[in-house]
Write a protein that binds this ligand. Structure first.
Ligand code: GLU
Length: 304
């Protein structure tokens, strides 16, 4: 497959088209990012790399980090985690409280904020220093000690985090958050502040594409059955209430974040990261979605 050629052509096609939407500004620090950034990086499972644009600039991966916290929790506790968080698409916004009341504090899936807070609570309960352990987990996948949190983004989100504070306390009232909400929220805001380049993001997510992937210690991150399940959740729940649309137009498992990043995985082939900060009405990168749709169309390849 001439990946580089197709990436170049698609990049220029999308860049010359319109760029709708707004970069996220509800987290004040995110509003400082140049909305014109646009980068793509693809890594195949045999470590060939292709890309274009602002792919070596770090950005806030935000909700994409929820896939990594889920993977760590799933690795540690296996299917026990599904007693506290569901595996169904929500059809509601990432920060909605609506279903939590009906489902008695059991979030629909691990990628809406409620689900990610329950997973964060599990990690806070397990580790003395969950921030350090989570970072270590990622650096060992990536063999890159430069990956880090951006604490001014975490602080900025905390300063306006009223909705997440409400969600966490609401779940606590049902008994599905075991630790102090303030501690769980601190970890959650910090993990969402992780920064990566498109290159680092694609590298980090190769473990979901490559059954034989091993971290720097020679360990597998997830066995095949667990990787299958995480990819299934990406497919059905990775794009908030636009998960159906992403499946329909792109046809790959993926996850977006309000920093404008998208990671998508083609099992047994590659992972691809796209970054463009302007978000559509559903909170997903406008150009990121358009790029991946055009890219999978041109390559005539998707999991379907
Ligand atoms: N930290 C963000 C929030 O909780 C993550 C949202 C996202 O990227 O979808 O609002």
């Amino acid at each position: 497959m001439p990946y580089q050629q197709i990436i170049n052509d698609t990049y220029h096609q999308i860049k010359s088209g319109k760029d709708e939407g707004e970069a996220a500004s509800y987290i004040p620090e995110l509003a400082k990012v140049d909305p014109e950034n646009f980068g793509i990086h693809l890594i195949t499972i045999d470590q060939q790399e292709f890309g274009i644009g602002d792919r070596y600039t770090q950005f806030s991966i935000q909700s994409i980090a929820k896939v990594l916290s889920l993977s760590l929790a799933f690795k540690l506790w296996g299917s026990k985690i599904w007693e506290r968080v569901g595996v169904e698409p929500s059809g509601t916004a990432f920060n909605s409280l609506v279903q939590l009341e009906l489902n008695k504090g059991i979030p629909r899936n691990p990628f809406n904020n409620g689900g990610a807070l329950v997973i964060a609570d599990m990690l806070v309960g397990e580790f003395k220093n969950p921030e350090a352990e989570f970072l270590r987990f990622i650096r060992e996948i990536n063999n890159d000690n430069k990956i880090d949190y951006n604490l001014s983004i975490a602080k900025s989100e905390k300063s306006v985090g009223y909705r997440n504070i409400a969600i966490c306390n609401f779940i606590k009232s049902f008994g599905n958050v075991l630790n102090e909400p303030e501690r769980v929220l601190d970890f959650y805001f910090t993990m969402c502040s992780l920064e990566m380049t498109c290159q680092e993001l694609a590298q980090t997510f190769l473990f979901l594409a490559d059954d034989h992937f091993r971290n720097t210690k020679g360990e597998r991150i997830l066995n095949m059955s667990k990787a299958k399940r995480v990819n299934a959740l990406l497919q059905t729940c990775g794009f908030y209430d636009e998960s159906g649309e992403f499946s329909f137009t792109v046809g790959l498992p993926g996850k977006s974040g309000v920093g404008g990043g998208i990671i998508a995985v083609f099992p047994d082939k590659y992972s691809i990261a796209v970054w463009s900060p302007k978000l559509n009405a559903k909170g997903n990168s406008y150009r990121g979605m358009k790029f991946l749709e055009a890219y999978t169309t041109k390559t005539e390849s998707s999991i379907f």
